[in-house]
Design a protein around this ligand. Structure first.
Ligand SMILES: Nc1ncnc2c1ncn2[C@@H]1O[C@H](COP(=O)(O)OP(=O)(O)O)[C@@H](O)[C@H]1O
Ligand SMILES: [Mg+2]
Length: 325
């Protein structure tokens, strides 16, 4: 963020102090987070950082109040790790941490409000209508779908991993799609379905990494394609020349517009006429052997250990922040 001091690259691992790698937690993405966390911890240890694992927010508070950690590498996926709560806690204690701050984390958890910010800036994102679970039940869903024009996609505003997401090609399938999304807390969103290709762009520090084109063997990048199937193809870089540059520039602009910093990942679609559309931002993306940010970094010549070091280094911009104590 612009208010933070410029930081030149750290070379001595001792300058990081004792680093808690915050992983696990209680969200539905606990298992993935433990996998990501172990990988990051091992990478930091290989680089000589005094790092150790901390599972969940309660354990983290105990570590901080006992004065046992000076810095947090946050790799909690979903839940409080990704919605601004952990970030606020760490701000209050004055402990530097990796990734986006309170605002960017909280905003991007909510797909509707993130889109509102992008639209206000003229950044391209699929047209959408908000459905509160109440008016969804009242049958205004068909009118919404007619306004947007089929096909549409229905999703919960505040979930991840494609849970509760349905593609709808005919009106008779709307009730089922809405009922599925309404199983999750919060608002629902009906969005214009972009028919074309799916991309994701990792952000590391001030740079957008090469794009990745995701080619699922099935119809789209659903939960199964993300975590179960091993026949999804990842093409990196996903585009060439000026179009690749344009997608990376859009992703970086969208990331910053949403108040995000440090590192993260922006999901996009490209329609058949080559227009780019922003879908969402992930503020603590996966760091498993199947994850996308490590693939993009690799294509940029940044190996896994170097990537993890650079992510940790983004926390140095917060050094010297004052806690309330
Ligand atoms: N407007 C859209 N048009 C086409 N496909 C979409 C659209 N929105 C979501 N999808 C598909 O659904 C998947 C999940 O949606 P996304 O908005 O990224 O939420 P999350 O990953 O948090 O569940 C995407 O990876 C993409 O395959
Ligand atoms: Mg996504």
């Amino acid at each position: 963020m612009s208010t933070r001091a410029m930081h030149t690259r750290t070379v001595d691992p001792r300058d990081f102090g004792r680093v808690a790698v915050l992983m696990g937690g209680t969200s539905s993405e606990r298992a993935v987070s433990l996998d990501s966390g172990r990988n990051c911890l091992e990478a930091l240890l290989r680089r000589g950082v005094d790092a150790y694992a901390v599972d969940g927010v309660d354990a983290l508070v105990a570590e901080i109040t006992a004065g046992r950690c000076q810095r947090v590498f946050n790799i909690l996926h979903g839940g409080h790790g990704e919605n601004g709560v952990v970030q606020g806690l760490l701000e209050a204690f004055g402990v530097p941490y990796t990734g986006s701050g309170v605002l960017g984390s909280a905003l991007t958890l909510d797909k509707i409000r993130t889109k509102q910010v992008w639209m206000s800036l003229g950044l391209p994102t699929p047209r959408y209508l908000r459905l509160s679970p109440a008016n969804a039940a009242a049958g205004e869903v068909t009118a919404a779908a007619r306004e947007l024009g089929l096909p549409v996609i229905v999703k919960p505003a505040c979930e991840g991993s494609s849970v509760g997401v349905s593609r709808v090609f005919q009106e008779s399938d709307l009730p089922q799609a809405v009922a599925l999304a309404a199983r999750y807390p919060g608002e629902l969103l009906m969005e214009q379905l972009i028919e074309g290709d799916e991309y994701t762009v990792g952000v590391l520090g001030d740079e957008a990494l090469p794009s990745i084109r995701i080619v699922p063997a099935g119809e789209y990048y659903d939960y199964h394609a993300k975590y179960v199937a091993d026949d999804t193809q990842y093409i990196c870089p996903g585009l060439q020349g000026p179009e690749e540059e344009a997608m990376r520039a859009l992703a970086l602009e969208a990331f910053r517009a949403a108040g995000c910093s440090g590192w993260g990942r922006v999901d996009l679609m490209r329609d058949r006429s080559g227009r780019h559309f922003l879908l969402e931002v992930n503020t603590t993306p996966g760091m498993t052997s199947h994850s996308l940010v490590p693939k993009a970094a690799q294509a940029r010549g940044i190996d896994f250990d170097e990537l993890v070091w650079r992510i940790l280094d983004t926390s140095r911009a917060r050094d010297g922040a004052q806690g309330s104590a």
